[in-house]
Design a protein around this ligand. Sequence first.
Ligand SMILES: *Cc1c(COP(=O)(O)O)cnc(C)c1O
Length: 363
Amino acid sequence: MINVTKSFLPDKEEYIGYINQIWDSVHLTNNGPLLQRLERELRDYTGAEHLYVCGNGTVVLEIALKALEVTGDVITTPFSYCATSNSIIWNNCVPVFVDIDPDTFNIDPELIEAAITPQTTAILATHVYGNPCDVDKIAAIAERHGLKVIYDAAHAFGVKYRGKSLFLNGDISTCSLHATKVFHSVEGGLIITSHPELDHNLQLLRAFGHKGDDHYFYAGINGKNSEFHAAMGLCNLPHVPSIIEYRRQVFSWYDNELDWDYFKKPRLADELEYNYSYYPIVFESEQALLHAQKELLAMGIGCRRYFHPSLNTLSFVPKFFSCPVSEDIAGRVLALPLFVGLEKPDVLRISTTLNRVVRPAVS
Ligand SMILES: *Cc1c(COP(=O)(O)O)cnc(C)c1O
């Protein structure tokens, strides 16, 4: 079976080397030496001075909302993973869904201002598939209306925009280090801020909001990560350039093989050093997508409807907002297999099948 993704694993001996260090230190979690080392290496890698490693890519969204004291309405994208809008709901805020740009699938900045109410305090946007949002327009809107900006950069590890880490935009950016992402620590998350004064709060919020056993500052949460997870991150980080390079190759194979008369891809930003995190294609109809997905599955090839459904349509969102572009794209987009080790003949088989399914039958 070929799945849409396959986790990268480092050399086992190298991982065991770190495990031996953990046995020696008997420091298993609580801001241990490996976690601190991973944070230092990630600060060097990203150029982000104020960066912390946490438990996962969802708890960092929750911590970001708390750290910025976000309340009321939060403008967000319907085209993301459910963690984005669920974190807003968990903070007792209302996700106000603003439709996406039909070319980039990122939140459409032209629609944001019309959605701002007196209750709006923040914008939480996702860099979809690691492709940058229109960060300039969003920053200008936030400035005009006094709003906080959080980027869910879960897909954006390794992405550089205009020569700098994409993580350096907004008041806070978050990332996921989940096993399915480009760079992972099995489970893990990053929180990055450009505001040094938030540093202290982020560290407190991820560790129950207290320092020592006497000083309680916040109703914090357990957003910590363990030495075992940090060890996996330390093993994987040096491989990131070769991981991205392999993914770039798979991209070019699909790019060359698929029949672009029948598929569409999101348009990537200019001045981008991309991480090739996902390979989504948009079919002409949902029916064509379902047909292709079924044919591929019969060949032992799993694809993922990512993202589907559009988050504004979920039954538990407190308020419904119509987002026709997102609903349309979510119905027709399919992420194709993409991982280190996926071989060219498999990409050719997948592409041939997809082309055959969508091309009109010759009579
Ligand atoms: C993966 C992902 C998350 C959640 O990350 P976890 O580490 O699984 O909690 C959040 N947002 C987006 C856009 C994601 O893709």
